[in-house]
Design a binder for this molecule. Structure first.
Ligand SMILES: *Cc1c(COP(=O)(O)O)cnc(C)c1O
Length: 351
């Protein structure tokens, strides 16, 4: 009884601090877990979130057979809780697992695991602009260091959740982005997989860009083709037009990207999904009413104020937060926060 009391006091303390904590560093004490063994998934269980067992020879630790998802649950004014576009994230999770030759996930089971673990911690979901960040994770567990060129026969899948505050607390300034035409974020055939190794692959160049030109991120543009940054999609706004690269297997198909494009269309904007070259980007950026932004679940839409290319800095439009970026972010937040009608059926209520 006493240890349970201490434990609860400890977690309460953590929640009081989550607003100050860095994004994604505070976790709920329990998570949902299932493992794939002998050709089938075990029944999902709620387990302590700081205690998984992994053999040191596990496939993931040697050959990076791992993928994850990132989505959010929001608390509405009436106290109800809703997960945003869960079907899209679960579908992408299944696709990542397939492309990595991990065991096929059971999308129904994973959806239930998400809803179940969020329901258990409903009371701990921060009010908007905060939310509960949900991190499904799947990786190969077979102890077999000889399987460099063979898939893991067993795997583990869990749904970890983390209360998060406003990503913009502290007033985010528009980002400085380095345009990189020679490197790549990851191997092109890995682009649409949300897989751990891709972030390790991009880390070296990103750290170098931070140090050398004080860039916040790199926008990877192999051979002049504007793709995406280390963990967010890129969109250009020119007056009434939104321009972003059409889906290809070389980059991650963001759910936020898709949502922003749908909202832009709803607002009567022209949506152009097509190739964008660095040359065109720099030409358009010089115009006064142009805006650029990064899209992703964590930060929603973040303004890009400066592009750095071949040692020269280019302001995007005014170089400040743009009104259209703000309008699109607000429209998306209003759906997530239950402040406007969910016309696209993007919310799943957690009972
Ligand atoms: C997760 C991610 C995104 C954004 O995807 P969302 O579904 O919008 O969160 C974009 N690019 C990369 C590389 C990512 O990992």
């Amino acid at each position: 009884m006493q240890s349970r009391f201490l434990y609860l006091t400890h977690t309460k303390q953590l929640f009081r601090n989550f607003k100050m904590a860095a994004f994604g560093t505070v976790f709920m004490p329990k998570m949902a877990l299932s493992t794939f063994e002998n050709g089938q998934w075990t029944d999902a269980a709620t387990v302590s979130s700081d205690s998984i067992q992994l053999h040191p020879g596990a496939h993931v630790l040697h050959y990076s057979s791992t993928c994850f998802e990132g989505l959010k649950a929001f608390k509405h004014q009436d106290g109800s809780v809703h997960v945003f576009r869960m079907d899209q994230n679960v579908k992408r999770f299944a696709q990542s697992s397939n492309l990595l030759h991990l065991p096929q996930i059971d999308q129904r089971q994973v959806s239930d695991m998400i809803l179940d673990i969020v329901a258990q911690f409903k009371d701990e979901i921060p009010e908007p602009p905060g939310s509960m960040y949900i991190r499904p994770t799947h990786f190969g567990t077979e102890a077999a260091v000889g399987k460099a060129a063979a898939p893991s026969a067993s795997s583990m899948l869990y749904v970890l959740i983390s209360p998060v505050g406003d990503y913009f607390a502290g007033g985010a300034r528009p980002l400085r982005i380095l345009l990189d035409e020679t490197g790549m974020r990851c191997a092109p055939h890995m682009g649409m997989i949300k897989s751990g190794g891709n972030y390790a692959s991009a880390l070296g160049p990103i750290l170098e860009a931070k140090e050398q030109v004080q860039a916040d991120q790199i926008l990877f543009c192999p051979n002049g083709d504007v793709q995406e940054t280390g963990a967010a999609n890129f969109i250009l706004i020119d007056g009434n037009e939104v321009i972003t690269k059409a889906l290809s297997s070389e980059f991650l198909h963001g759910v936020t990207r898709d949502s922003v494009l749908e909202i832009a269309a709803d607002l009567g904007m022209t949506v152009s999904e097509r190739d964008l070259t660095v040359t065109e980007l720099l030409e358009r950026a010089a115009k006064p009413n142009v805006e650029a932004a990064l899209s992703g679940t964590a930060a929603v839409l973040t303004s890009v104020g400066t592009l750095i290319h071949d040692g020269i800095e280019y302001k995007v439009g005014s170089g400040e937060h743009g009104p259209t970026t703000q309008k699109l972010r607000q429209a998306l937040n209003q759906v997530q926060w239950g402040q406007t009608e969910d016309t696209h059926n993007w919310l799943t209520e957690v009972k």
